[in-house]
Design a binder for this molecule. Structure first.
Ligand code: HEC
Length: 321
């Protein structure tokens, strides 16, 4: 079955929330107090002018947040990626970089979407010994100003790793060479396997969910679709956000409330979808998608202690065929 999800979905943060929705590409990231310039012993500037000096691997686009992503590989990583070798054993010194880029409609030609500045820089540095606990890759994440996001380095790195284990068979690397930047055939392993879509979900009794979630659930709901796996133990704020498109897709497909809940029951992303012509006035987009999601924000203005608030986003989408 094929779903056509319209790009023009309107996300709006709950009026009583002060939180900047990081999924909204028009707003800037929050600079957390206590943010560092180093993660896993790397600074942003250690990667030099990588956008000029490394090879671009591929481009991806996240349709719900309109975020563009460009992935680069340093010469060692690139050489290995395009080689015939089985992709499970990247050499030490191989590095991948990914830039999350805000986009806007070109004011001169609105049907065209153009980049509007970096939101986030992510790196994976291969050092089998140093990063043995996270599959041999050191994970590094900075905001557009080269500062770290909240959370402990170890916990955040494990959260990166937990999701990247979905592609363990590809040496923990998702990106494949796009055919436009090379005469070589792209490595097309994902065509043979299911990656993130292979995430495991189970039927779960709604009454056994924590109160913090239940209060947003319709009392009539008996069973929900709940993520079960490593990522609920090892997660960070980005996990809750990155998993949203999967939750939305499942919720639409199975007509169930779909939930990612952290193991400590503190944080969650929950998606419900329903045909609601009243709320969605455009008849081409009759499907209403409601997302409840916890977002970590500093407790006080200058505090590095995080508290978790729930935000709500709604969108209308097309449900076709
Ligand atoms: C919930 C899943 C998820 C989490 C958590 C996650 N990633 Fe990724 N990562 C992806 C996906 C999917 C891609 C492929 C590109 C895309 O779709 O954006 C990717 C791509 C990358 C790439 C480019 C190389 C590759 O594997 O394609 C880097 C570098 C990267 N991520 C770093 C990180 C870092 C650093 C963290 C933690 C701070 C992290 N990732 C957390 C899913 C995740």
């Amino acid at each position: 079955m094929k779903y056509i999800m319209l790009l023009l979905s309107l996300f709006c943060a709950n009026a009583n929330s002060q939180i900047t929705d990081t999924g909204d590409s028009t707003k800037t990231e929050i600079n957390f107090p206590g943010a560092e310039l180093i993660m896993n012993s790397y600074k942003l500037e250690d990667f030099g002018n990588f956008t000029d000096n490394w090879k671009m691997v591929t481009v991806r686009f996240r349709e719900d947040t309109k975020e563009m992503r460009v992935t680069y590989a340093n010469p060692l990583a690139y050489e290995y990626l395009v080689s015939d070798k089985k992709k499970t054993d990247y050499p030490d010194g191989a590095v991948f970089a990914k830039i999350g880029i805000k986009t806007i409609n070109d004011p001169m030609f609105t049907s065209s979407i153009v980049p509007a500045g970096a939101k986030r820089f992510q790196f994976m540095v291969h050092d089998q010994k140093k990063f043995a606990n996270t599959g041999g890759w050191g994970y590094v994440l900075f905001n557009s100003e080269g500062k770290t996001f909240p959370g402990e380095v170890q916990k955040n790195s494990e959260a990166c790793f937990a999701c990247h284990t979905a592609v363990e068979s590809k040496g923990y690397v998702f990106s494949e060479l796009a055919s436009f930047n090379t005469k070589l055939e792209p490595v097309a392993e994902s065509k043979k396997q299911n990656n993130v879509s292979a995430l495991k979900f189970v039927n779960f009794k709604a009454k056994e969910l924590p109160v913090s979630i239940k209060k947003y659930l319709d009392k009539k709901i008996v069973i929900v679709d709940l993520y079960e796996g490593e990522m609920s133990k090892r997660y960070f704020q980005g996990t809750l956000d990155e998993i949203l498109p999967t939750l939305i897709e499942r919720s639409v497909k199975n007509a169930k409330v779909t939930i990612f809940l952290s193991d400590d029951k503190k944080e969650f992303s929950m998606v419900e979808s329903s045909i609601n012509k009243k709320k969605c006035t455009n008849s081409d987009e009759p499907l209403r998608v409601v997302v409840h999601q916890t977002m970590g924000v500093p407790e006080k203005k200058n505090s590095s202690k995080l508290i978790f608030k729930v935000i709500q986003k709604e969108s209308c989408r097309a449900v076709l065929i």
